[in-house]
Design a protein around this ligand. Structure first.
Ligand SMILES: [Mg+2]
Length: 79
């Protein structure tokens, strides 16, 4: 989850791009090292790649919702 203090900081499009990148990083590490692997250089969390990816997807979903709200996009609206 994004830190609540910074969740809505900056442009919605910028946050969307940032979260896309974080999803790609988590998905890439998962493909390379496996779902149950974790970053061996960070012993503070030992968060598994699957949990990391799920967390980043949740962040991305929030960023998408914010972007849609800011841009006033309606679900039934054609692009
Ligand atoms: Mg994130």
């Amino acid at each position: 989850m994004s830190h609540p203090k910074y969740k809505n900081k900056g442009k919605a499009l910028g946050k969307f791009i940032e979260e896309c990148g974080e999803c790609l990083a988590a998905a890439g590490k998962t493909i390379r090292f496996g779902w149950q692997s974790f970053n061996p250089e960070d012993f503070s969390t030992r968060e598994r790649n699957e949990a990391w990816l799920r967390r980043e997807i949740a962040d991305l979903e929030e960023a998408i919702a914010r972007l849609k709200k800011v841009r006033k996009w309606k679900e039934e609206e054609e692009p």
